[in-house]
Ligand binder design. Structure first.
Ligand SMILES: [Zn+2]
Length: 349
């Protein structure tokens, strides 16, 4: 049997320095890479990334933003936004983070492996077309989705974002575009304060953005019961040709920036669910690391996700047994807001 799960990793991602005490530190990814070496090396297949091209980056970003990022390469330290900094190597890491996701895309679309997880930094989902922010420089998954559509001819790409923060950059870039369905669960009162229930897309994109606002103390059962009921309906209605996951792990209860109360086992359930909805139905699946700011909790959560993706561990049972009144209320609200749109009516486009 061939490799089941691809991983994109590169030591250059650790050379993006953000300054002392910045939560988006190289130690995050170092903890994840150490965990891979200890626990998984025989089950995984590793891919080396190469930097994205200018053509690829400019599918999601303005030339002015690209020039600002390129200029950071000559300086020891640059503020790209109030919370987003660049060191001399950050420019290279940012091009390589988008390129790592594109490498993962190539791996899953070419059939080298049905699932790939790009373990990259800087993260991407807060980066707007013309502005860095939220620790993000380029929007790695927006570049990936845009490339899959523009160059590879895919018509429908689903992006699932389980980071505790709303991916305002992904939403903004595809807000009028029915070719990318953006599904996000997040704690609305946290940064960046976007992604309200009623934000559903505009124009031809109406109904193709789905925001689920979680309670601040959302539990495993709340989140898993919501995902188990809602995400299969999105996949059946939208029929994506590719599923991308903005895989942040700051919903973990030990995360210093998150507010919600997930355990690492919740991510085994989410991993099992996206495996079932993606590769088990013949749909390629590519995940990219977003947030997660307690290095140990992050590594434990990525480990559980990989177990779920590999069909090992307890993911299926954890998912199946999740029961929650609040989860049911979230499902009801999602159907109430989105019931008029094509995905929920059966058949679209
Ligand atoms: Zn986050």
């Amino acid at each position: 049997m061939g490799p089941k799960l691809g991983i994109v990793k590169d030591p250059a991602y650790l050379t993006h320095k953000t300054g002392l005490s910045h939560p988006e530190s190289p130690e995050r990814l170092a903890a994840v890479y150490g965990m891979l070496d200890r626990e998984f090396s025989s089950q995984l297949f590793f891919f080396d990334p190469s930097p994205a091209t200018l053509e690829q980056i400019e599918l999601a970003h303005s030339p002015a933003h690209v020039q600002l990022v390129l200029a950071t390469a000559r300086r020891a330290f640059t503020n790209l936004a109030s919370d987003t900094t660049a060191s001399a190597n950050s420019c290279h890491a940012a091009w390589l983070a988008a390129g790592g996701c594109l490498r993962g895309l190539e791996a899953v679309l070419s059939g080298q492996c049905p699932i790939c997880f790009a373990l990259v930094r800087p993260p991407g989902h807060h980066a707007l077309g013309g502005q860095a922010g939220g620790f993000c420089i380029f929007n790695n998954l927006a570049v990936t989705a845009a490339w899959a559509r523009a160059a590879l001819g895919l018509k429908r790409v689903l992006i699932v974002d389980w980071d505790v923060h709303h991916g305002n950059g992904i939403q903004d870039i595809f807000y009028r575009d029915p070719g990318v369905f953006y599904f996000s669960t997040h704690y609305f009162q946290a940064y960046p304060h976007t992604g309200d229930w009623e934000d559903v897309g505009m124009g031809r994109g109406a109904g193709y953005t789905m925001n689920v606002c979680l309670p601040y103390d959302a539990s495993d059962a709340d989140v898993l019961s919501l995902y188990r009921e809602v995400l299969p309906q999105v996949v059946e209605g939208y029929e994506p040709e590719l599923i991308l996951v903005a895989a942040g792990f700051d919903a973990h209860k030990e995360d210093p920036l998150g507010s919600t109360q997930l355990s690492e086992e919740a991510f085994a359930g989410l991993g099992a669910l996206v495996r079932r909805l993606g590769p088990e139905r013949g749909v390629p699946l590519m995940l990219a690391l977003e947030g997660g700011y307690n290095p140990e909790a992050l590594a434990a959560s990525v480990r559980q996700t990989l177990l779920g993706l590999l069909g090992l561990g307890q993911g299926e049972e954890i998912l199946a047994r999740a029961r929650s009144e609040r989860g049911i209320a979230l499902v009801r609200k999602a159907r109430q807001v989105h019931g008029i749109y094509g995905v929920w009516m059966g058949g679209m486009m």
